[in-house]
Design a protein around this ligand. Structure first.
Ligand SMILES: NC(=O)c1ccc[n+]([C@@H]2O[C@H](COP(=O)([O-])OP(=O)(O)OC[C@H]3O[C@@H](n4cnc5c(N)ncnc54)[C@H](OP(=O)(O)O)[C@@H]3O)[C@@H](O)[C@H]2O)c1
Length: 252
């Protein structure tokens, strides 16, 4: 995959997973407003935006073979001034207590939420670590749930806790290797997306916080995908302002 780069003002390349819905879709739409930005979007479903600066890749990120088949297309070469990987695709998974979950859904949630972002971080660092003239960023989308135990979300919370520590370790390695790559793990807030609909559809016996999440929607306390996207863009525009790997959009 090749993009034409704009030499007048260096092109920024954003690789966004989970670009078809929710926060990822809002992020892509906002990024494309800047004519210097190119975006590669990844999701299973893919509407091909009529924008020459957008390339969509349709793939299932929980499937290793599909990632391996597409990984070169996700990380193209080019004269970019900035390259950012946003590992945003995620799934709340089967909301159920351990002991009642299907092995397939346990496998899939970690494959999508933890293993695929790790493989993509690894590929991004391998490809771009030497490209010191470009600003390079990895932004992993985590969750406030990464820091607490929630019944029914054992796999989801721990898949995001792993992302936090992976991000911190990647940032430490980047420092030791002097690669100049910045790494963040960002909780995006509680956002009105399909994921929240899945949460409200849970059975109260499997998820004791059901009423709280129903109440957040009823009382219009969910934030919007656009709000989270603009916070993520603020971080990616001035990453040097943000101290620490773990960030929460509700705190800046
Ligand atoms: N919404 C919240 O309140 C909230 C709170 C904390 C953290 N987060 C995190 O924020 C991120 C975005 O969530 P969201 O609320 O925007 O969710 P969403 O509306 O459900 O969107 C999820 C995105 O991930 C993609 N995706 C799901 N499974 C995939 C797969 N197997 N392969 C490739 N792509 C896949 C979906 O596209 P396809 O279906 O087309 O594949 C979609 O574009 C997630 O990491 C989530 O954990 C959300």
């Amino acid at each position: 995959m090749e993009f034409k780069t704009n030499n007048m003002s260096k092109t920024a390349l954003y690789i966004v997973t989970g670009s078809s819905k929710g926060i990822g879709k809002a992020l892509v739409q906002q990024l494309l407003k800047d004519p210097n930005n190119q975006v590669i979007g990844v999701a299973r479903s893919q509407e091909q935006l009529k924008n020459p600066r957008f390339k969509g890749l349709a793939m299932d990120l929980s499937n290793l073979q599909e990632i391996l088949k597409n990984v070169d297309a996700m990380f193209p070469s080019g004269d970019f001034g900035k390259i950012a990987l946003v590992n945003n695709a995620g799934w709340i998974g089967e909301i159920e207590h351990l002991g009642k979950m299907s092995p397939e859904s346990i496998y899939k949630i970690f494959a999508l939420n933890t293993i695929s972002p790790t493989i993509l971080m690894n590929a991004f660092i391998e490809k771009y670590a030497g490209l010191k003239e470009a600003e390079r960023l990895i932004v992993n989308i985590s969750s406030g749930a990464a820091k607490k135990a929630i019944d029914g979300w054992a796999c989801y919370s721990s898949s995001k806790a792993a992302i936090n520590l992976l991000s911190e370790a990647a940032a430490l390695e980047a420092e030791l290797d002097e690669s100049g790559i910045r790494v963040f793990s960002v909780a995006p807030g509680v956002v009105d997306t399909a994921m929240q609909s899945d949460i409200r559809a849970a059975d109260k016996k499997s998820f004791s916080l059901l009423d709280k999440f129903v109440g957040l929607k009823e009382n219009k306390l969910l934030s919007t995908p656009d709000h989270s996207a603009s916070k993520l863009i603020a971080l990616m525009e001035e990453p040097e302002r943000f101290k620490g790997v773990l960030q929460d959009v509700r705190e800046y």
